[in-house]
Design a protein around this ligand. Structure first.
Ligand code: NAD
Ligand code: TYD
Length: 352
């Protein structure tokens, strides 16, 4: 019976992970700690909120008293740290909160987990692990060819990726210095249900359904390597349970697409299946993002060879599942874009 402390479990990937794990295992407990920033949404977790083995705590990962209290109350075996400020464009406007949450928040989690788990000089309680959920963006940008391996030098471009890199270096330092049991996963761009509509794929869907212009940065030829979120969850589960201590694992499914290709594909699908008035006329090329990384592409050989991980969902299927999810959950989209969910939170959690 393992107890997971999942941070940021009300965000896009975190809530998918909580749902995935509770569906897969009946003998685990999940304590979900999330500050519920604009990106956190408890509506995602309605189906599990009354489960006996699921507990939600609204707290900042940087709040040492709050995190300490959680470790005092529960015997935490695994920390899986998803909590982060995650949007590159926001980091360009306001880097400070990215350092506060992504760097100092991570440091706080490491310190408290280390203190609770350490039993002697460099000796930790059996079966404990801290997993840092990181990103391929720590490697910077690729040119037209090549792939990121775990040995690719860290070379972040944006304040977001610089903060994630800093966090990775702290996690690595806790392994090298204190022998703390850790893993780091670095995944490519995820897509799927519960993705906040500031990010490319849900933004395209949202804007199409509202006949709003779709802003394409620069010439739309930047390349991202897309992975269905459930495949990422599966990888994290494998690394927590089987990953070699101290190791980094890259996660990606060899699925490179240009942004403009994605935009056109979603428009074509929605035009055929939702509304014939959705056309490529919505595409609007806008000023490029500052420091825009040209291309990301992951080499997942290590996680495939060592742990047997392979992506299960082909992009052609995953993208249809995703678009259909948004079509079937337009209330979810309306709530997160209207702020109605904030009112729900203050009603539900304001007094606690
Ligand atoms: P998200 O923005 O959707 O969710 C982040 C969650 O963290 C939200 O629920 C938010 O409320 C919470 N949070 C923010 N600040 C917090 C704080 N100080 N204390 C506690 N909770 C806080 O992000 P996401 O897309 O789900 O990404 C999750 C993690 O995965 C991040 O660490 C991100 O860097 C990493 N990642 C994301 C992608 C991707 O494609 N989305 C790819 C690779 C790695
Ligand atoms: P995004 O979803 O923000 O993820 P990331 O920057 O972390 O990869 O953006 C994905 C790609 O889409 C990136 O190349 C920037 C581009 N993009 C646009 O062209 N228009 C948009 O409105 C957004 C949000 C992103």
């Amino acid at each position: 019976m393992k107890t997971y402390l999942v941070t940021g479990g009300a965000g896009f990937i975190g809530s998918n992970f909580v749902l995935y794990m509770l569906k897969k295992y009946s003998d685990i407990t999940i304590v979900n700690v999330d500050l519920l920033t604009y990106a956190g949404n408890l509506e995602n977790l309605k189906s599990v909120e009354n489960n006996e083995n699921y507990h939600f705590v609204q707290a900042d990962i940087g709040d040492s008293k709050a995190i300490q209290a959680i470790f005092d109350q529960y015997d935490i075996d695994y920390v899986v740290n998803f909590a982060a400020e995650s949007h590159v464009d926001r980091s360009i406007k306001d880097p400070e909160i990215f350092v506060k949450t992504n760097v100092l928040g991570t440091l706080n989690l490491l310190n408290i987990a280390k203190e609770k788990w350490l039993v002697g000089d460099d000796l930790y309680k059996e079966g404990k692990k801290y997993l840092q959920v990181s990103t391929d963006e720590v490697y910077g940008s690729l040119g037209e060819t090549g792939y990121f391996t775990e040995k690719t030098p860290l070379d972040p471009s944006s304040p977001y990726s610089a903060s994630k890199t800093s966090a990775d270096l702290l996690v690595k330092a806790y392994w090298e210095t204190y022998k703390m049991p850790i893993n780091i996963t670095r995944c490519s761009n995820n897509y799927g249900p519960y993705h906040f509509p500031e990010k490319l794929i849900p933004l395209i869907i949202h804007n199409c359904l509202h006949h709003k212009e779709i802003p394409v940065y620069g010439n739309g030829e930047n390349v991202r390597d897309w992975l269905f979120v459930e495949d990422h969850c599966k990888a994290i589960d494998m690394v927590v349970n089987q990953g070699r201590l101290g190791e980094v694992y890259n996660v990606g499914g060899h699925n490179e697409r240009t942004n403009i290709e994605i935009v056109k594909l979603i428009i074509a699908y929605l035009q055929e299946h939702a509304d014939s008035g959705i056309t490529e006329d919505l595409i609007t090329f806008v000023k490029d993002r500052k420091g825009h990384d040209l291309r990301y592409a992951i080499d997942p050989t290590k996680i495939t060879n060592e742990l047997g991980w392979e992506p299960e969902t082909k992009f052609e299927d995953g993208i249809v599942r995703t678009i259909n999810w948004y079509l079937e959950n337009q209330d979810w989209m309306n709530h997160v874009t209207s702020g109605a969910y904030k009112a729900y939170y203050s009603k539900m959690y304001g007094q606690k």
